[in-house]
Design a protein. Structure first.
Length: 117
């Protein structure tokens, strides 16, 4: 199931809820370079659904680049702890949510769960 970012998020929330009635899902945030928007979305969604074993959150891009420092800065501004691991990789943490952010392509995303992209 492919969801395009809507101006009204209710259809996306309803699609996620409907998918969850069938079992565990993977929320996959996809953008061109997997450097900013999809990485930020991954971290925020992982925090939103932290502790829910039915939801796995990941991100990817059509090309591999690096996680952009502005992504880490934005999360830091929102109260996340950020560690620069070098080479376009960051570890971010807030509450119980810890994520390693780096640029990856769809080929690198495990396909172990149904996807809501």
């Amino acid at each position: 199931m492919l969801l395009v970012p809507p101006k009204d998020v209710r259809p996306a929330a309803e699609a996620i809820a409907a998918a969850l009635t069938k079992g565990p899902i993977q929320l996959l945030f996809v953008c061109t370079h997997n450097s900013r928007r999809s990485q930020l979305s991954e971290a925020l969604a992982a925090h939103r659904w932290q502790g829910d074993p039915r939801i796995t959150v990941r991100s990817c891009g059509t090309e591999q680049t690096a996680c952009h420092p502005s992504t880490a800065n934005a999360l830091e501004d929102l109260g996340w702890e950020v560690r620069d691991l070098g080479n376009g990789r960051f570890q971010v943490q807030r509450d119980l949510t810890t994520r390693s952010l780096w640029s990856k392509t769809l080929d690198e995303v495990p396909r172990d769960l149904p996807m809501v992209a």
